[in-house]
Design a protein around this ligand. Structure first.
Ligand code: FES
Length: 125
């Protein structure tokens, strides 16, 4: 039921772990399945230079976390926050319809991490 790419990212997740003293952290949970995803970002000159994730969830949640870190790395914040769940699913060569909500977690967590970074920056001013 999963594409080869999903299985590959689930078996060998990229950028898994946490960033100590991250510039922004975003956490989202899915109340229906109980899965949790946390994304950490490091930002330099408006570019996402470091990104890692911690996910407690299904294979699709782990694969989408892994994929979104690859899609967002080295992107300006404005571009990274435009990554949609459709982009994540497409880069994984598709997700079963029942698993599309899992890719929501990834894009929402990234947007939250960016929002967290921006609010911290404003507070520092
Ligand atoms: Fe919950 Fe995939 S089943 S995120």
């Amino acid at each position: 039921m999963y594409s080869k790419k999903v299985i590959e990212h689930f078996s060998h997740p990229r950028n898994q772990g946490r960033i100590k003293n991250a510039d922004g952290v975003g956490m989202v949970g899915n109340p229906v399945c109980g899965d949790l995803m946390k994304i950490y970002i490091q930002v330099q000159k408006n570019i996402i230079k470091g990104i890692k994730f911690e996910t407690l969830g299904c294979a699709a949640a782990i694969a989408t976390s892994s994929m979104i870190t690859q899609l967002a790395k080295n992107k300006p914040l404005e571009e990274a926050e435009k990554i949609t769940r459709g982009d994540v699913a497409e880069s994984l060569e598709g997700l079963p319809p029942l698993k599309m909500h899992c890719s929501n977690l990834a894009s929402d967590a990234l947007r939250k991490a960016i929002a967290d970074y921006r609010s911290k920056k404003i507070r520092k001013k």
